[in-house]
Write a protein of this length. Structure first.
Length: 497
């Protein structure tokens, strides 16, 4: 199990890291070419596609992964049902597109949304392909397909942007990416849909999957609610600034989240009847995820100003506070995901749905109370709510696995504290050095004013500081990670096998 999980995590991290890095670099180029307002328009349209993809992909895909034994009848039945659902959703979005354009006061949203929503059909194919990959823990093929799709679609998007396509460049980039991903996975995987369809099998999968589907749908709607609210009540420029500020930490958080979801659900599911083993795996996942995520988000908060100035330019300086606030909220994502996947693996999708209802009810109340005070207050309270939700998500595992929120926060508190110390020191570093050498002139003065220079220095200093603090305070996760990395190192010819 440890070997399968380690291999799965390696390939999923490589895939998600590559996916997020390539997408991030491409988005930086497109952001410089297109500006905040066009990104705000794209962010609005992606909400509808994201909700549609959740309906198509979430429930049955998770049910296929969690089911103890799934065969060709299960996979083929889900495949054809997903295509039918995609067709129905596309028809709804196609008919609603003009009304959406009128509501947001942007005529170009209508035709663009109709083209962008074609993604739903390819998402239906990909959802079953990914379920097959997860059950077989064969994440290498998904890694290859994702990276190739990113490169092809990114080149197309940048070419269209240079050609003056405007927001259409973003639309076709997303569409081409999904077409390539579905096609490449189809070529790499041995699984093919067969002329098989069973309502009885679907009903079994649906009894588990509909609760996961509803949970994912509620979560997606809530997470995408802030974009239209900001656009409607304030200004499309604020929408673009928030969207770009959110994307920086989201790149890292999504890579970690998708890795944990893809690998830990099948791994947890294999030990769902062994409570002590599952509890130990959950604890290790919470600690290791937090050990890696806390310092990355603290580093993003500390370097936000130099990062935005270096990568996006002065026009995007308004995104800095949103970047820092979103990073704060994303820092606790590993705790959320680990607990939710452990609950799902035990077949308790009913609990999963109840948790989402409680969290989103609280979130909507916070949004309603904060909307009158401006975008900054809205995003601040949203990020703080993520910390409250760690307690809610971990609460059922207090009884199910004897590993509740108090024990979990006690386990990750050392990582959280040294990440805070590291972040504060990294944030203060430029000011302290410039105070010492403020009278320098010539090339030294130019270097000290360079955002890129300070970004590199801050990143290097943060890595050294965090590793040093982890070693000094003898953090369990630090030494466990060293053991895992040592175990993955290829043995030499003279070493004992």
């Amino acid at each position: 199990m440890r070997g399968s999980v380690a291999s799965g995590i390696f390939w999923k991290l490589l895939e998600n890291g590559g996916d997020q890095l390539i997408t991030f670099v491409i988005s930086i180029v497109l952001a410089r070419l297109l500006g905040p307002e066009r990104y705000g328009t794209m962010a609005l349209m992606l909400i509808f596609v994201a909700i549609g993809n959740v309906i198509i992909q979430t429930g049955f895909q998770t049910a296929l992964i969690q089911k103890r034994k799934a065969d060709d009848i299960d996979f083929s039945s889900v495949f054809f049902l997903c295509l039918i659902v995609a067709a129905l959703l596309y028809l709804m979005i196609y008919l609603a597109a003009p009304f959406c354009a009128a509501y947001f006061g942007d005529a170009q949203i209508g035709p663009m949304l109709r083209v962008l929503s074609l993604i739903l059909f390819f998402g239906a194919v990909v959802s079953v392909e990914i379920a097959y990959i997860a059950r077989n823990m064969d994440f290498r093929k998904q890694c290859v397909a994702t990276v190739l799709a990113d490169l092809i679609s990114g080149a197309a998007g940048i070419g269209l942007a240079f050609g003056g396509a405007g927001t259409w460049a973003l639309v076709f980039q997303q569409l081409i990416k999904n077409i390539c991903l579905a096609g490449i996975l189809f070529a790499l995987l041995p699984w093919r849909p067969k002329a098989l369809f069973s309502l009885r099998r679907l009903s079994v999968l649906f009894s588990y999957g509909w609760k996961v589907l509803m949970s994912g749908l509620i979560d997606t709607i809530y997470n995408n609610l802030y974009t239209p609210v900001i656009s409607r009540l304030y200004n499309p420029v604020f929408t673009g600034l928030y969207s770009r500020g959110n994307q920086f930490p989201q790149v890292i958080a999504n890579a970690a989240a998708q890795t944990m979801q893809a690998v830990m659900l099948p791994a947890f599911s294999r030990t769902q009847d062994e409570k002590e083993t599952l509890s130990a795996m959950l604890r290790r996942t919470v600690k290791m995820g937090s050990f890696l995520m806390f310092p990355m988000m603290a580093g993003l908060m500390a370097t936000a100003g130099n990062l935005v100035d270096t990568l996006l330019g002065a026009d995007w300086s308004g995104a800095v506070p949103y970047l820092a606030l979103c990073a704060l909220g994303y820092s606790v994502w590993p705790i959320h995901i680990a607990n939710l996947q452990a609950i799902n693996a035990q077949g308790r999708s009913d609990l999963y749905l109840k948790l989402e209802l409680v969290k989103k009810a609280l979130g909507l109340m916070v949004l309603f109370l904060s909307v009158r005070y401006g975008v900054f207050v809205m995003i601040t309270l949203k990020s703080l709510m993520d910390f409250v939700c760690t307690v809610i998500n971990a609460w059922p595992n207090r009884k199910l696995l004897s590993y509740g929120p108090l024990r979990q926060w006690r386990d990750v508190l050392p990582e959280f504290m040294i990440s805070c110390v590291m972040g504060i020191l990294v944030y203060l570093l430029p000011g302290g050095v410039q105070g010492l050498f403020g009278t320098a002139g010539g090339p030294a003065a130019m270097l000290l004013q360079s955002s890129l220079f300070w970004l590199c220095i801050q990143i290097a200093a943060g890595m050294v500081l965090y590793a040093g603090l982890a070693w000094v305070f003898r953090l369990e996760s630090f030494f466990y990670l060293k053991e895992v990395l040592r175990g993955m190192r290829p043995r030499g010819a003279g070493e004992e096998q």
